[in-house]
Write a new protein. Sequence first.
Length: 189
Amino acid sequence: GIRDPRGLSATTLQGLFHVIAMPMAARRAVVQAVEAAGLDVAQLSSTLPAALAGAGEKVRGKARVLLIDVGGWMTDIGLFVEGILHDSDAIPCGGVRLATAMAHTLRVTMDEAVHVSREGVVSKRADVREMVTAHWEQLQHALTLILKDHPLPDVAVVTGRGALTDGFVEWVEHTTGITTVLGRSARLK
């Protein structure tokens, strides 16, 4: 029942913790760090169920949830019904891929490309807006396939770094016709 255990000490630590992670090398590092601290790793979950669990209040009471987790290299899409994954897809579309394409096409550094890619469809540059829109359209086919044989979900939740691109939440809502929210923890600033 302790929300913020910082500054406390104990000989054992029990609880259910959701860590949303990352590439395999980083996963191994997290497992090693947890085990080095004397704790046991009870379970490692795939991205979609972990991201759904992390969405908390945004999905509580919703029977049908569309989850879109936009990572650096891949975007995972899942349709959950009563908390159970019913359909999913993963497509090679993510924030790092977009920034890399922008760096090459616009002939800018990777740091500059990352910055302009986050401006999304509100960028002052037409070429940036066009590249972002074309990148997002790669998702449209996958979303159509997942949603075609199912009733519309109650809510769509977008997570991951790519979800922070300006205009992405609105694009998902417009494209799918589903109320869409950004799935970020209330603790994050």
